[in-house]
Write a protein that binds this ligand. Sequence first.
Ligand code: URA
Length: 209
Amino acid sequence: MNNVNVIEHPLIQHKISLLRDVTTGSKEFRELVSETAMLICYESLRTLPVKEVDVQTPLGIAKTKVLSGSKLAIVPMLRGGLGMVDGITRLVPAAKVGHIGTFRDPETTNAVDYYCKLPFDTADRDVILADIMLATGVTANKAIQLVKDAGAKSVKFICIIANPEGIAAIEKAHPDVQIYCGAIDEGLNDQHYIVPGLGDAGYRMFGTK
Ligand code: URA
């Protein structure tokens, strides 16, 4: 699992424990998803390129640094990823936001994409794909392919909980994509939910199946 970065910061681990808790209600769940996404994204952007600039302070010239790399696009995967956008865009307010909707066809086990709206200039941007759970990796791989087809300069995949099957699937199909998560759980049950996981992320966030 060379491309996986598990962010073990105590604040992230604490928030994930609350997210897992079956007694946590939707309002708190949404707040925690946003906060946890922001913290994981913060770590994922540690390697953003910077350049030196001179800034006039009230007392002199400071040699300091500003971001110098490509622009970013945040692409949440429907529905879970929607809850991560607010936290991530607080860190990078200039980022554009796309949306991708996919599902895994239970008959064929292939991913079907039903919605894809990406920034017109995706080819000039580094893309952060966001979903709460990385389960089989089938839909994640489809989304990665869609943003690559749009010309993304690079792709990172951010999730809150991953599992070995999903990680292996991304590493096989897209070895160039770095994965950032807060936890790697045991595996999947026969309905493709992560165990122990946190349940159905969409349901817990929005209260609808
Ligand atoms: N999607 C979810 O909402 N939960 C899982 O455990 C896996 C995928």
